[in-house]
Each structure stands twice: as structure tokens, then as C-alpha cells.
Design a protein around this ligand. Structure first.
Ligand code: BES
Ligand code: MN
Ligand code: ZN
Length: 501
């Protein structure tokens, strides 16, 4: 989809589909809606008068190009109560709109969106959200659909956002370009997550990361099993022990600030989580192909960071492996050693995320990270606590949490802070080792976070448990059924917010 901005009236643009917005209520039509109304013999005003069109948020009415209208069709988008308009509502509207446009094979589209952009606040940020909505909402994962009827071909070839002065259009165009890059990161994470585990092994992720590095000019290092052994990553390797797929510990480095200490993004990369010897029940296990969503989001974020080039150094670390119950698999009761020399008694092999992250965090610290954010589909308990609406975030410092809160609010990927009181760590005391890998049933997401905290040391650190939000159960606004790609855009914005100068 070609995304552009143009100044002037909507009817100065040549298009097949003309989209105009109409707010709820009786206010007189203005802007593009008034122009299209006049050219079409007053159809919009007439339909409003007759109660056929109300302007409620998300209402979409498709009409033929009546009267003297050019092109093939008029699409009237309801924007609801203008007082409640925001970048978030615009993102969602654009997401719903683009799915409908695709369904009607809208072709070349002109959207008179300047009214909706102005109502949403800061014009450039509004344009970012608009582009995000369009790019996110049109996402599909249909590469394994071989029959055409299962993957209908309707398309939005191009979309031009029309309105305002030339200077305003230039601002909108800048926002659109940035929004596209951000949304493409989310879609890339979604692609990696939606791909089944037989086609997204640790080797496949490593391949993807290397290609990404080449295409945007990052450095990529893949630490193989033998090297991980030499580095003492016994915790990470214990998870790989039961799998025939070689583990890959992936490191991507973006340098935008010379020798400054990097921000480290550590993502859990379990390409399939069977639970290992502590085997999971069969029902719904297929969802565990997305247990690499943390890795997917940190890797995908690096492409956007590489394209936007903020003045900051960023390191993405993705310890990737399957968690399988093979003959050489780790057993409950086994004791392993992490890279920083701590011993861990493995009580439950299904609590594997924290085992790979322990070495991921220790590695980030060894690389001199100035701050560490880890992202993981870590606990079912997180999804019990917050459901599919917000990610749970734990942080040792208010400052880093504040940065994340701002980034997530701007991205529209909501978070909620949870506590890290030291009492919660009691549950991790082991009879034989420095700590064990599970607490009890109580506060499962928090005890998991306390486990991780042991490996972040004194480095400012935040942990995002995305288990509840890793997938979406229906199309709605910018969200598309399937993998969510959360929190790729939050991570990109976090990095942008740390840019110097
Ligand atoms: N990958 C799972 C957590 C998960 C569950 C993510 C559901 C997304 C949806 C994780 O590795 C796991 O199995 N956690 C266990 C931990 C327990 C054994 C302490 C859990 O939550 O049951
Ligand atoms: Mn598990
Ligand atoms: Zn897992």
C-alpha cells in the first residue's frame, strides 16, 4: 500500500474510492464530507437526515459514485463524538476502515482525513497513528493458504491522505512514514509469531535476524551451542537439552551513539514450549508456537530502530531454543549453573522462560548494558491477572518504568505495573541450590519476576510479561486475530526516547 499526503480538496485527487469522515450529531458537514456531499447531489446530508447514516464511531457506509462524483465509490466513515477523539481512536478507526476497503477492493483511495487528524491532537502523532492503523489493520497471515478462496485478493493499492495546506501535508507525510515503519515492526513480529514451530525454529529465527541485520546495517552475532557452553550458559542450555533443534543465542547490535553503554532488549525465544519433562496438557498446546513472542518483538523492533536511526546504542538479545521432552532432556531436580555462576534447581521444566532469560540478562550485563528490558510470554498467572488487555511490567526503577509507560502509551500497547517486594523471593529458596525455578501457586507472575531480578543485578531493569497479550481473539480496530506483535512498537519508542539530543 502506497501511503502519501496531499494538500487541498479531496476532489482534486484522482481515486477510485473517496473516503470522508462524518462525526456523530447534527453538526453541518464540513471539509471533505461537504465537498463530496455537494458533488454527489447531497447524498450524505440526505442519508443523515433520514437516519440512514449516523456517524457513530466505526460506522462505514459504502455508496456508488453518485451525481457528478469522480471514481467508483464514496465511503463514509463515522468518527463518533469528536470530543473523545485521540490518536488511539484514529488508529483503531483506520484499522477497521482499511479492512473494509480491502474487502471492497478499493484500489486507489483518497481519504479526506484532515478533520479527523486535527481532532486527534498533535498532527504528526495523529498521522503516525493513522498510518499504524492502516498498516496494522491490513495485516494478514495467509501464506499457508493454498486455495484462492481462503485468501481473497481484494486490495488497497494506494491511499492518499488529503487536506490542509502544503505545510500541513508535509507534516502528515512525515508522520505517515514513521507510523509505517513502527507498524511494519509489529507486523514483522506477528509474522514470526504466527509461523508454526516447524517453520520457525531457532535456526530460522537466526537466519531472519542475520538477513535483517544485513538489510538495515546492524551487527548480528549468533552464539552456537558450543560457544554458549564455553560462556557457561548452563541454564539456557538446559532448556535446549531435550530438543534436536540446535539452540541459537541471537545478538543484534545497533550503534547510533558511538561508545555509549547500550540499552539491552532481551526476548524469550522458546520456538515451541511443550513443557519438557513437566509436559503440558495437549489441549491448546499449539498456542505455544508463539512462546518466542519476546524474541520476535525485540528482533522486529531492531529493524525499525535501524531504519529510524536514533542516537542511542541498542542491543537485542534473543536466547532461542525449543523446550522438548527428549531422552536427554533436563529432569525435575537437576541443578544447573547460569553464566554469572548462580546455581538453579529446576523443579519444573515448564518454567523454562526464566531459565533462558537468566543467561540472557547475565549476558546483557556482561555487555555493559545501561538498562535492560526483558520481554517474555512468561507465566499463565500473568494472563489470569490482567487478561488480554494489558501487559504486566515489573521494574526495579521508577525512571525506567516511567520511560516504558510513556512509550507504551504512545504506542497504544497498554501496560500495568506490578510489585517486586522482597518477600516474594522467599518462595524461590531451594534446599540444594542458590534458588529454584518455581515458587508456589501464589503470585506466580511476581515470583517469576523475582527470579529474573536476581540476574539483572544492579542494572536498571524492567520485565514485561506478555503471556496474556501474545494473541488476539478477533479482528478489532488495528488488532487482527492471531499473534499481536506486542510490544514491538513500545520498544522502538523506548529507544527513540533515549536518543541523545
Ligand atoms: N510459556 C509458558 C507461559 C504461557 C502460558 C504463555 C500461556 C502464554 C500462554 C511458560 O513457559 C510456562 O509454562 N509457565 C508456567 C510456569 C509454572 C510452571 C511455574 C505456567 O505459567 O504455568
Ligand atoms: Mn513453559
Ligand atoms: Zn514458555
Amino acid at each position: 500500500m502506497d501511503l502519501t499526503a496531499a494538500s487541498g480538496g479531496i476532489l482534486d485527487q484522482r481515486a477510485e474510492s473517496y473516503v470522508v469522515t462524518v462525526p456523530e450529531g447534527r453538526r453541518r458537514l464540513s471539509g471533505a464530507a461537504a465537498q463530496v456531499n455537494a458533488r454527489s447531489g447531497g447524498v450524505i446530508a440526505g442519508m443523515r437526515r433520514d437516519g440512514l447514516l449516523r456517524g457513530t464511531r466505526g460506522e462505514i457506509t459504502v455508496l456508488p459514485a453518485l451525481g457528478e462524483m469522480p471514481g467508483k465509490r464514496i465511503v463514509v466513515l463515522g468518527t463518533g463524538d469528536e470530543v473523545k477523539a485521540s490518536a488511539h481512536s484514529l488508529r483503531a478507526l483506520a484499522g477497521s476502515l482499511v479492512r473494509r476497503l480491502r474487502a471492497i477492493d478499493a484500489g486507489a483511495v483518497a481519504w479526506g482525513a484532515s478533520g479527523a487528524l486535527a481532532a486527534a491532537g498533535d498532527p504528526e502523532e495523529a498521522a503516525v497513528a493513522l498510518a499504524e492503523g492502516l498498516v496494522l489493520g491490513s495485516y494478514r497471515f495467509d501464506r499457508h493458504r493454498t486455495r484462492e478462496e481462503d485468501a481473497p485478493a481484494g486490495a488497497v493499492r494506494s491511499l492518499c491522505v488529503v487536506g490542509g495546506t502544503a505545510r500541513q501535508a508535509a507534516v502528515v507525510e512525515r508522520g505517515l512514514a514513521r507510523g509505517r515503519i513502527l507498524a511494519e515492526a509489529t507486523n514483522e513480529a506477528r509474522d514470526l509469531e504466527n509461523e508454526p514451530a516447524n517453520r520457525m525454529t531457532p535456526t530460522d529465527i537466526a537466519q531472519h535476524a542475520m538477513e535483517l541485520a544485513t538489510s538495515v546495517g546492524l551487527e548480528c552475532t549468533v552464539i552456537e551451542r558450543s560457544e554458549a557452553e564455553r560462556l557457561g550458559m548452563g541454564s539456557y542450555l538446559s532448556v535446549a537439552a531435550g530438543s534436536v533443534q540446535p539452540p541459537k543465542f541471537i545478538v543484534l547490535s545497533y550503534r547510533g551513539a558511538g561508545r555509549a553503554r547500550p540499552l539491552a532488549l532481551v526476548g524469550k525465544g522458546i520456538t515451541f514450549d511443550t513443557g519438557g519433562i513437566s509436559l503440558k496438557p495437549g489441549a491448546g498446546m499449539e498456542a505455544m508456537k508463539a512462546d518466542m513472542s519476546g524474541a520476535a518483538s525485540v528482533i522486529a523492533a531492531m529493524r525499525a530502530i535501524g531504519r529510524l536511526r536514533p542516537r542511542v546504542n541498542v542491543l537485542a538479545i534473543a536466547p532461542c531454543t525449543e523446550n522438548m521432552p527428549g531422552g536427554s532432556a533436563t529432569k525435575p531436580g537437576d541443578v544447573v549453573y547460569t553464566m554469572d555462576g548462580q546455581s538453579v534447581e529446576i523443579i519444573n521444566t515448564d518454567a523454562e522462560g526464566r531459565l533462558v532469560l537468566a543467561d540472557g540478562l547475565a549476558y546483557a550485563r556482561r555487555e555493559g548494558a545501561s538498562a535492560i528490558v526483558d520481554v517474555a510470554t512468561l507465566t499463565g498467572a500473568m494472563s489470569v491477572a490482567l487478561g488480554a488487555v494489558r501487559s504486566g511490567v515489573f521494574s526495579s526503577t521508577d525512571r525506567l518504568y516511567g520511560e516504558l509507560e510513556r512509550a507504551s502509551a504512545a504506542a497504544g500497547e497498554r501496560i500495568w505495573r506490578l510489585p517486586l517486594d522482597d518477600e516474594y523471593a522467599r518462595a524461590l529458596r531451594s534446599e540444594v541450590a542458590d534458588l529454584k525455578n518455581v515458587g508456589g501457586r501464589a503470585a506466580g507472575a511476581i515470583t517469576a519476576a523475582k527470579f529474573l531480578q536476581r540476574f539483572a543485578g544492579e542494572t536498571p531493569w524492567a520485565h514485561m510479561d506478555i503471556a496474556g497479550v501474545m494473541s488476539v481473539d478477533r479482528d478489532s480496530g488495528e488488532w487482527v486475530k492471531g499473534a499481536s506483535g506486542i510490544p514491538a512498537r513500545t520498544l522502538v519508542r523506548l529507544a527513540l526516547g533515549r536518543s541523545r539530543g
